[in-house]
Design a protein around this ligand. Structure first.
Ligand code: NDP
Length: 630
């Protein structure tokens, strides 16, 4: 099953070398330190441009059962599920002026989600909301968040424009005390930390970044007062402006077409191109949507996860660019199996699907296939499918972009999941406009920023505005990103506890920090359909709190043994990704190419579906196993 060059229309060795060269060009010794933290003189980059009026209010002193920190999807799902479980005494603290989290902040023109809306929007069966299109956008997502908030009566429990400054455990009171920038002092029995994994914008620490005299902002704080227009584009404030945008990640890909349309002149500074596949958005067929049978939402989400985690699925319900690559890999494994095994596979997956699914036989069969094919062969085969996919992506740049040099610059040379795959039908076309110039920094990034603009390769690009599409902090300390310290039992701080690596039980509990629930991907089930894992976490949270209520328990903490076991599980399961990550071009997926971080700073390596099943099984046992309770 090794690569057969005669039947492939690419040379794997050449591509491997090219990928390596492109990676090496970008590897740098400063890793995450290449970025400037948004503090001190840079704090204005995180001011909230979306509130009309800053709330001035008296400080609050209160005692509540549950404090939820963060009003994004995680926070409102936690709140909604708590309400469903009959737990009503909670408050949601949010630094923005409304609910939304990621979607509150990221309102840049063109902001949208390329995970299918029918699976990305949680609680669809409860709200009966019908997304307008297969892929939704930021305004509709914010509207939907409002629908959830309305349905579960969450607004009256929200404390907006309020930043948490400290969370401290009192051994005496057995309560958490929460301090805020509004002088509040809230005692809470339980605290849910749902800060979002990409919440803190980052800037490149390039020479002169503080010298620029023109207008500037980060994409997650879009300045519509300056650009005019709306999330739909039509940025008429830029009609007479020269604009530079730094970065070509998933965010830039979505706003660049609108900038290109409106700016007098646009310069796109690229370090690494994104992979741009077709999006093919389409309107929702409402009669189809209304005909979906109860339970459809869970089934569809699981089906999608099934593809992304390599577990057997009879049909591809979502059927898009995300599932395509995994579908192709599975097809390729199946086709390489001997006919007897193929029949068994078809029988298990097809005819007796439900029963075998319950018995876990579908996954068992998949394991047997993998054993048969051999792990190394499988990995070669996956690489071939990936090469083929990326060749198509590169060919797409050639087909769409007229200038051959620009087309070449826009071709990504790395494995598809080294970076966030992008799906867009207008992005590449934008480079055919006369007013748009791609400045390819050939993997190096900018040289410096001047008072008037950007300097690269002996040329100064004078611009009226610089937009930073440079992403968000990943891999820096949790408390730096959340903006507050957590002081647990006996004064132990979370920064100290996690200094040499994250340690948790199920990614949610942490010894030394009782009655605390962390929402997020680390040491838990990560999926590209991120709201799915947040929903699973909210179900888990509400189960634990409901069970504790029924058993009249007030205290829950990860046991020493439980936490150690879980950390070991994360380490054992995580090993497989190491060589893939090492082969990747740097980015936040591989900690900017510096993989020597603690091996437990990982997601659950068995995949999201396996993790969700594990949590379900744990709940089913009903014993709150590996937790200390009082
Ligand atoms: P990213 O971190 O993905 O991109 C940052 C960009 O800035 C990269 O192109 C990076 O280049 C570039 N950059 C950084 N430093 C420099 C420098 N010194 N000079 C030049 N360029 C530089 O951030 P995004 O905001 O684009 O996306 C973050 C995440 O948000 C995505 O990965 C995705 O998970 C999510 N998202 C999802 C969307 C969707 O559903 N479609 C849309 C938008 C965001 P390099 O690659 O070389 O590091």
């Amino acid at each position: 099953m090794a690569a057969n060059k005669e039947i492939l229309d690419f040379d794997p060795d050449l591509l491997r070398n090219k990928y390596r060269e492109e990676r090496d060009k970008r590897l740098r010794s400063d890793g995450n330190d290449q970025y400037q933290e948004v503090e001190g003189d840079f704090t204005y980059f995180v001011d909230d441009p979306y509130v009309d009026e800053k709330i001035e209010r008296n400080s609050i002193t209160d005692e509540i059962e549950v404090a939820i920190i963060g009003g994004g999807f995680g926070g409102i799902l936690a709140a909604a599920r708590l309400k469903e479980a009959g737990i009503e005494d909670f408050k949601i603290f949010e630094k923005g002026g409304d609910f939304g989290g990621t979607w509150y902040w990221n309102r840049y023109p063109g902001a949208s989600c390329d995970i299918e809306s029918y699976i990305y929007f949680p609680l669809l069966e409860q709200t009966k909301f019908i997304p307008k299109q297969k892929y939704t956008n930021a305004p509709e997502t914010l509207e939907y968040i409002g629908v959830i908030a309305e349905k579960y009566g969450l607004k009256e429990r929200a404390v907006f424009q309020t930043e948490i400054t400290d969370v401290t455990w009192s051994d005496e009171k057995k309560l958490w005390n929460i301090s805020t920038n509004k002088g509040d002092s809230i005692n809470a029995k339980f605290v849910v930390h749902s800060n979002g994994p990409l919440n803190r914008p980052k800037l490149p620490a390039i020479e002169g970044i503080d010298k620029y005299q023109g207008h500037t902002f980060h994409t997650s704080r879009w300045d519509y007062k300056f650009t005019g227009g709306s999330a739909k584009g039509n940025l008429d404030g830029l009609n007479d402006k020269k604009v530079a945008i730094i970065g070509t990640g998933a965010t830039a890909v979505q706003c660049i077409p609108h900038l290109g349309e409106s700016a007098q002149e646009l310069f796109v500074f690229q370090r690494t191109p994104s992979s741009i596949d077709e999006r093919n958005n389409k309107d929702t067929d409402e009669s189809w949507f209304e005909s979906l049978q109860p339970g459809w939402h869970e089934k569809r989400r699981e089906n999608f996860e099934g593809f992304l985690t390599g577990s057997f699925q009879k049909e591809d319900l979502v059927n898009d660019g995300w599932t395509e690559i995994f579908r192709t890999i599975l097809g390729s494994i199946r086709n390489n199996a001997p006919s007897k095994l193929r029949f068994a596979y078809w029988a298990v997956g097809g005819i007796f699907s439900k029963r075998f699914y319950r018995l876990g036989l579908k996954d068992y069969m998949m394991e047997k296939f993998i054993d048969y094919v051999g792990k190394e062969n499988l990995s070669n085969q996956v690489e071939m499918v990936d090469f083929a996919k990326m060749e198509k992506i590169r060919a797409r740049a050639n087909e769409i972009v007229k200038d051959p040099e620009t087309a070449e610059s826009l071709k990504p040379y790395y494995r598809q999941f080294c970076k966030r795959p992008c799906f867009h039908d207008e992005y590449l076309k934008t480079y055919n406009r006369d007013n748009v110039t791609l400045v390819d920094t050939n993997g190096k990034g900018l040289e410096k920023i001047t008072e008037k603009g950007i300097y690269f390769d002996g040329k100064e690009y004078e611009v009226d505005c610089i937009i930073f599409a440079t992403g968000f902090e990943v891999g820096t300390d949790y408390t730096r990103r959340s903006g507050y310290e957590i002081h647990g039992k006996k004064g132990l701080t979370l920064s100290k506890k996690w200094k040499d690596g994250i340690s948790s039980f199920h990614g949610m509990h942490c010894r030394g920090f009782p009655n605390t629930f962390f929402f997020g991907p680390t040491q838990g089930g990560f999926t590209a359909n991120y709201t799915h894992s947040l929903d699973e976490q909210s179900i888990h949270l509400s189960y634990i709190l409901k069970t504790m209520k029924e058993k009249k328990l007030n205290f829950v903490e990860a046991s020493q043994e439980g936490e150690e076991k879980w950390v070991k599980t994360i380490i054992d399961k995580a090993r497989d990704m190491q060589s893939f990550q090492e082969s990747c071009t740097p980015g936040y997926y591989n900690n900017e190419g510096k993989l020597n971080t603690a091996p437990q700073n990982n997601v659950y390596g068995g995949g999201s579906l396996e993790f969700f099943k594990l949590m379900k099984k744990w709940r089913k046992k009903g014993k709150l196993e590996d937790l200390e309770l009082a």
